[in-house]
Write a protein that binds this ligand. Structure first.
Ligand SMILES: *[C@@H]1O[C@H](CO)[C@@H](O)[C@H](O)[C@H]1NC(C)=O
Length: 322
């Protein structure tokens, strides 16, 4: 009797416990939170990476940001070779030097990062070289104002597995793929379902809805979007398309935001510009800011000169328990 009771408790703990690492981030004393989002950046300062970094420094100062989010493709072309790779210093530490950017960075991996040594990029040793660095495959960041769900999107994309001849990918820790993906989808779903946050923000590298070069990522539309829709997610933020973009949808209130303009941009090709829900598209470099309170969200896109290109405001009725 007692034995079977203990057995069931253990089983419950193992099957219920979210596999996703949970981090906490304090908010400002006035109850607000602000951060910048940059993606697709690590090119040792080239392709306007340094100019974007400089403007991020200025806006970061104006908004007194709490942290920075990277939507992946952190190091081009092929991620990091090892924990001693100079790209970490030359593309990150030596580039984002402004005072306001000396905050915690929360990063996901992009497909280019998977072409290098993924274990190196995830290694806590990098945090010893530059204490701002934090990169994991998938994790949850909790704040009093919003909860952030960082998702490893690269393993979802079939073509990286079907045509591995083009590039080598470091799939250590991801195989067997089917199991990895089904666990990730399950963990994301339960983390979202259990979240009491007013704002739910999901961050991944690949697009779900985009008119840019890569278009929609069909695997994410099929396997991840339904979970976001079922759990009242407010924002999905990604990189991958080297542009700045805002799309909305007719099937849910989710706003799809692309911040992939951290360096090389100006691709000049679009997947489909006539897609419904397109609110803003900029084919050049820049970044995005987000300011949050319990009731309001303000999102702004900037170019390499720090000029505002587009903004959006969202608000939420607060549900006070009576
Ligand atoms: C840098 O930014 C400027 C202004 O947007 C643009 O005209 C120029 O082409 C960019 N340079 C590169 C290499 O992308």
């Amino acid at each position: 009797m007692a034995m079977s009771f203990i057995f069931w408790i253990c089983l419950c703990i193992f099957s219920v416990s979210a596999e996703l690492q949970l981090l906490e981030q304090p908010i400002k004393s006035d109850g607000s939170l602000s951060f910048l989002v940059v993606g697709d950046w690590g090119r040792k300062g080239d392709y306007n990476q340094s100019q974007v970094a400089q403007q991020m420094g200025k806006i970061g100062d104006e908004l007194n940001i709490d942290f920075i989010v990277s939507t992946g493709d952190n190091f081009y072309e092929d991620g990091l070779r090892s924990i001693n790779d100079h790209a970490f210093d030359k593309s990150f530490t030596q580039i984002y030097t402004a005072e306001s950017l000396q905050k915690q960075w929360y990063s996901v991996l992009g497909n280019h990062d998977y072409r290098g040594n993924v274990e190196a990029q995830l290694s806590p040793t990098l945090g010893k070289l530059d204490s701002r660095w934090f990169c994991q495959r998938s994790f949850v960041l909790n704040t009093e104002v919003a909860e952030f769900f960082f998702v490893d999107t690269t393993p979802f994309v079939d073509k990286y597995f079907l045509r591995p001849k083009h590039h080598h990918y470091d799939w250590r820790g991801v195989l067997p793929r089917k199991e990895y993906l089904s666990n990730l989808v399950k963990d994301l779903d339960s983390a979202l379902r259990n979240s009491a946050a007013n704002w739910k923000i999901v961050i991944g590298h690949h697009t779900i809805k985009s008119v840019g070069h890569h278009g929609n990522t069909k695997e994410l539309v099929e396997q991840v979007l339904p979970i976001l829709e079922a759990n009242n997610v407010d924002l999905y933020i990604n990189g991958h398309d080297h542009c700045l973009e805002h799309m909305s949808s007719t099937t849910s209130p989710i706003q799809f935001l692309t911040s992939g303009g951290g360096s090389k941009a100006w691709k000049g090709d679009f997947y489909r510009l006539d897609q419904e829900g397109l609110k803003f598209y900029y084919d050049g470099q820049g970044f995005m800011s987000v300011q949050l309170t319990q009731a309001n969200a303000k999102i702004v896109f900037y170019d390499v000169f720090g000029r505002v290109l587009h903004d959006l405001h969202l608000s939420k009725g607060l549900n006070y328990a009576m």
